[in-house]
Design a protein around this ligand. Structure first.
Ligand code: DC
Length: 220
C-alpha cells in the first residue's frame, strides 16, 4: 500500500458525459491545482491493447501487456499526460474503438492496480483535481473533498452527440457500474450534483462553495 497522499485532493466522479471533465479542468484552473484525467489513462491502456492486437476478452494477455508497458506519467501545463513508450496516445483516446473497449479493459484488476499506483503518485507532489469513476471510493478514500457529478441519460447522450462522438454511454455506464473491481458508485461522503440544468460555471460554483464551507482557501 502506497503512503497516503501528501497533498489536497478534490475527487470528481460520475458517469460518462456527466460534464465532469470540463468541470474538473475549470476547477483545477480556479484552485491552481493540477488536473488529472484518470479516464484518459484507462483509454491510453485500451489503445495500447488494441494496437498490439490483444483481444479485449483475453484477461491474461491484457495483464501481461499492462505489466510490460513502458508507462511514464508527467505534467504538461498542469495537466496529467501518460506516455506509452515514447508515444503520447492523446490524439487517439476518443476513437470509436477505444470508446467501445475501454470498459472491458478497465475492468481488469491488474490494469486498475497499475493505473491507481500512478494516480496516487501524482498526489505525492501536487494538489490535485482528479476525475474518474472510483477516485473518492478507492483511489483517495481519505480525502474530505468528494463530488459526484450526474446528469440525466438524455442530456448526457446529447452532450456526446454534440461532440460528434459515437459513444454508447448507457452500455459503458452499465459495465462500469456492475464490474467487480472498483465499480462506479457514489462514495458515502460525496456531495452529489445534478448538472442536467447547470452550466459548467454553475457546477464549479457549487463545488467552490462546498470547498469554502470545508475550510479550503480559494485563490482570488
Ligand atoms: O471518463 P471517461 O469516460 O473518459 O472514462 C473512460 C472509461 O475509463 C470509463 O468508461 C471507465 C474507465 N474508467 C475507470 O474505470 N475508472 C476511472 N477512474 C476512470 C475511468
Amino acid at each position: 500500500m502506497e503512503s497516503p497522499a501528501a497533498h489536497r485532493i478534490i475527487a470528481i466522479d460520475g458517469p460518462a458525459a456527466s460534464g465532469k471533465s470540463s468541470v474538473a479542468r475549470e476547477l483545477a484552473r480556479r484552485l491552481r491545482f493540477v488536473y488529472v484525467n484518470s479516464g484518459a489513462m484507462y483509454r491510453a491502456m485500451t489503445w495500447h491493447v488494441l494496437g498490439n492486437g490483444v483481444a479485449t476478452n483475453d484477461v491474461g494477455a491484457i495483464e501481461q501487456l499492462a505489466e510490460k508497458a513502458n508507462i511514464t506519467c508527467h505534467l504538461r501545463s498542469d495537466e496529467s499526460v501518460m506516455l506509452i513508450g515514447a508515444v503520447d496516445p492523446e490524439p487517439f483516446l476518443r476513437e470509436d474503438r477505444v470508446n467501445e473497449n475501454v470498459s472491458r479493459v478497465s475492468s481488469v484488476p491488474r490494469v486498475r492496480e497499475i493505473i491507481v499506483e500512478r494516480l496516487r503518485r501524482y498526489a505525492q507532489s501536487n494538489d490535485l483535481v482528479m476525475e474518474g469513476r472510483d477516485i473518492g471510493s478507492v483511489v483517495f478514500p481519505e480525502t474530505p473533498y468528494k463530488f459526484y457529478i450526474d446528469a440525466s441519460p438524455d442530456i448526457r447522450a446529447s452532450r456526446r452527440a454534440a461532440q460528434g462522438q459515437r459513444d454508447r454511454i448507457a452500455a459503458r455506464d452499465q459495465a462500469d457500474s456492475s464490474r467487480r473491481a472498483s465499480p462506479l458508485i457514489i462514495a458515502e461522503d460525496a456531495h452529489v450534483i445534478d448538472s442536467s440544468n447547470l452550466t459548467i460555471d454553475g457546477v464549479v460554483g457549487e463545488i467552490v462553495g462546498r470547498l469554502k464551507l470545508k475550510g479550503l482557501t480559494i485563490p482570488a
